[in-house]
Ligand binder design. Structure first.
Ligand code: PLP
Length: 741
């Protein structure tokens, strides 16, 4: 790397803007990054999303030159902070896409042979701003910054066939740098205008038939491009005998979006290589694995058979034949008709991608211990009965390189000093941190809070309260994540403050960041509501030195890096049983925030590792929620608890206005009346709200003591388990059976 640094020293920077420097420096680095493919078994990650964030600093860090490069550039008069303007590569919505990015980082970081396949969307997740407190979306034209970290592989393009058109899949390879250099291969679509549309946008709205067709096209495009390549390369080497395919390949399906790759694999082997269906199916069963990410029924993909048949007749036919083989297998096992129906790939008109993945997948995993139990018990109970060994758990993780070394260099330096830099590769060493010694940790937290405040001021024009406790809830906007419950909790605190009921309350900032899916009316209503609460609370002279609410715009990976480092209290308050894992919770933990949350997803394991006494856990457990389901009556709670009724009523009593859009009435009705598809308050906000308010106030009381800082440090000290280095090692051992280089 001394050569690279020398080249940086020689770089002529005069008169060049940040974009030009970004392009030139990235190109310099790329000369020193060479993917080396080892022979032998590899794993492949197929994901429709990759939420990579900014690659610039990450790659410099992985190359081991970040600090030195910044020194060299600063000495030349370059304002290195300018590189923070580089657009994120936001080819994903949230946790699922960020997980894919963390896994690639850790696989390269630990020298596991894992490559990724995905789609090179022209526009990433929309950009968000607020106008009048409402979300306004615009296209995320991330490529205006160029894509210096990718190499187009024109020669390796291949044609993907649909019944009504051919599309050319052109690979762009992004090196993933670590101890080894792996590849994320993203396919762009070339061809007719219609063909190019496939890669225009991440997740087109699929509420119309046209939207659904486009979605099917995206999923098949990714599947066919990736599988076509793997099968062809194998055949070039091993000929037409596919006996050994599964010895060399383990393919991980990140959720069900690429399940069509199973059908494509069987189609190719039977049509092009003369292999019988039953043999091809057997090979598939030893190659593919499936990760489930949600038990929300509305998120389990079902494609209409006729719709798929229209553009992909061969693929639809393969799924139908899989159903025939599966039914034969299930009858031989003695399954009842109901059991067969529950496991069916094709059921009536519906092609269940999840059932196909469970039937064919060698292993099926959930993403946190509790979630994996629910996957077995509630989602696929019949498959679990007949194939218990398929089902695994791999608790998610996050990469400490981006989520500590990069976003919190100050804490990293402190850990270096206390533990030696060995912790960077061996996170278990964090366990030896002396958490009784809090002074320097507190000083680092203060620096990160100041930096966060500066960033919020620059990006959102809001000055955070000086010296306040920072509580943060940042994640996709969804009812099950219960940002609305936090809104109610804040209002409760606000009214209590006004009535003098919280005499020793310490200044507190509630920070939100979230995008609402563009067709999700209630989610948009919650954003508007929180922004209205912010306006009320922040303008009230009586309380605004004590309580502040800030909803930042365009929450993304780069914003997350600032927020996780500068937060004291991580709000993770999903209804128990609904958050599969969460990974935001882990980022906060690693950076020394306490969790104020429910016993859901990975929160359960977080408190197992960091201690319940070092976090603020409240609310109904999974079991209690299951018991409550039939008898729960939110209106009875509201009628008997005037403090709760008062805050809920602000949705409809004129306290706030939604500008006549009907957002707030819709939210109110969802809680008190329900809808034809759900009972009132089906995420049990009013069950957990009183305990939530108590927990927030308890945090507020505890804050400021060294005992509180010790709790924060205990979280950092026990975060090793939540490194994606550990998660990827679990996949390598339990599922992929691959070895480190
Ligand atoms: C980590 C991350 C997420 C996932 O957050 P959860 O709290 O686990 O839902 C979503 N978006 C971004 C930008 C992230 O960095």
């Amino acid at each position: 790397m001394t050569e690279l640094l020398q080249e940086l020293k020689d770089l002529d920077v005069a008169g060049k803007d940040i974009k030009t420097l970004y392009t030139e420096i990235s190109a310099l680095c790329m000369k020193y990054i060479a993917p080396k493919k080892r022979e032998g078994r590899r794993a492949y990650y197929l994901s429709i999303e990759y939420l990579m964030g900014r690659m610039f600093h990450n790659n410099l860090l992985e190359l081991g030159v970040l600090e030195e490069a910044e020194k060299i550039l600063s000495a030349k008069g370059v304002n290195v902070a300018g590189f923070e303007e580089i657009e994120d590569a936001a080819l994903g919505n949230g946790g699922l896409g960020r997980l894919a990015a963390c896994f690639l980082d850790s696989a390269a970081g630990c020298a596991y042979p894992l490559d990724g396949y995905g789609i090179r969307y022209k526009y990433g997740l929309f950009k968000q701003k607020f106008v009048n407190g409402e979300q306004v979306e615009s296209a995320d034209d991330w490529l205006t910054w160029g894509d210096p970290w990718s190499v187009k592989r024109e020669k390796e393009k291949r044609v993907v066939h649909f019944a009504d058109m051919d599309v050319t899949a052109v690979p762009y390879d992004m090196p993933i740098v670590g101890k080894s250099v792996n590849t994320l291969r993203l396919f762009d679509a070339e061809g007719s205008e219609q063909a190019k549309k496939i890669c225009d946008y991440l997740y087109p709205a699929d509420d119309t038939e046209e939207g659904k067709l486009l979605r099917i096209r995206q999923e098949y495009f990714l599947s066919a491009a990736a599988i076509g390549e793997l099968v062809e390369k194998y055949a070039q080497k091993h000929g037409r005998n596919f006996n050994k395919f599964s010895e060399y390949h383990s393919i991980q399906l990140n959720d069900t979006h690429a399940v069509m790759s199973v059908a494509e694999f069987i189609r190719l082997l039977t049509k092009e290589y003369g292999i019988t269906f039953s043999r091809a199916l057997e090979f598939a069963k030893h190659t593919f694995n499936y990760t489930n990410h949600t038990i929300l029924p509305e998120a389990l993909e079902c494609w209409n058979y006729a719709l798929m048949e229209k553009i992909l007749p061969d693929i639809a036919a393969v799924f139908k034949t899989i159903q025939v083989y599966a039914t034969r297998e299930w009858k031989a096992k003695g399954c009842t008709q109901e059991e067969i129906a529950a496991m069916s790939v094709l059921h009536g008109n519906c092609l269940s991608m999840a059932n196909a993945a469970v039937y064919v997948g060698e292993k099926v995993n959930g993403v946190a211990a509790i979630h994996s139990e629910l996957v077995k018990r509630n989602l696929f109970p019949v498959a679990y009965k007949y194939y218990p060994d398929k089902f695994q758990n791999v608790t998610n993780g996050i990469t400490q390189r981006r989520w500590l070394m990069l976003c919190n260099r100050e804490l990293s330096a402190l850990l270096d000093k206390k533990l030696t830099p060995a912790w960077r590769e061996d996170m278990a060493r964090l366990e030896t941190l002396d958490t009784g010694d809090t002074a320097e940790f507190i000083a680092v937290k203060e620096i990160k809070k100041k930096q966060l405040a500066d960033y919020v001021l620059r990006h959102d024009g809001v000055k955070l309260l000086d010296g306040a406790i920072v509580y943060a809830q940042v994640k996709r906007l969804h009812e099950y994540k219960r940002q609305l419950m936090t809104a109610f909790a804040i209002l409760r605190i606000y009214y209590d403050l006004k009535e003098g009921k919280l005499p020793d309350f310490r200044p507190s900032v509630f920070l939100f960041g979230a995008k609402a899916a563009s067709g999700y009316f209630r989610a948009k209503g919650i954003i508007k509501y929180l922004n209205e609460i912010a306006r009320l609370v922040n303008n009230d002279e009586q309380t605004n030195k004590l309580l502040q609410v800030v909803f930042v715009q365009n929450y993304n990976v780069s914003y997350a890096e600032k927020i996780v480092a500068g937060t004291d209290v991580s709000l993770q308050v999903s209804t128990a049983g609904f958050e599969a894992s969460g990974t935001g919770n882990m980022k906060f933990m690693l950076n020394g925030a306490v969790t104020c949350g429910t016993m859901d997803g990975a929160n359960i394991e977080i408190v197992e590792h960091a201690g319940k006494e070092n976090n603020y856990i409240f609310g109904a457990s999974v079991e209690e929620i299951e018991r409550l389901k039939d008898t729960y009556d939110p209106n009875a709670i509201l009628d008997s608890t005037p403090e709760l009724k008062r805050v809920a009523d602000t949705l409809v009593d004129g306290t706030f206005s939604d500008g006549g859009k009907g957002y707030f009435k819709e939210l109110y009705d969802s809680l008190t009346v329900g809808a034809h598809w759900h009972k009132p308050d089906h995420y049990f906000i009013f069950r957990d709200l009183p305990e939530y308010v108590d927990a927030l106030i308890k945090v507020n009381r505890d804050y400021g003591d060294t005992a509180f800082a010790k709790k924060q440090m205990e979280n950092t000290a026990h975060a090793a388990f939540f490194s994606s280095d550990r998660a990827i090692a679990d996949y390598a051992r339990k599922i992929w059976h691959i070895e480190k280089a």
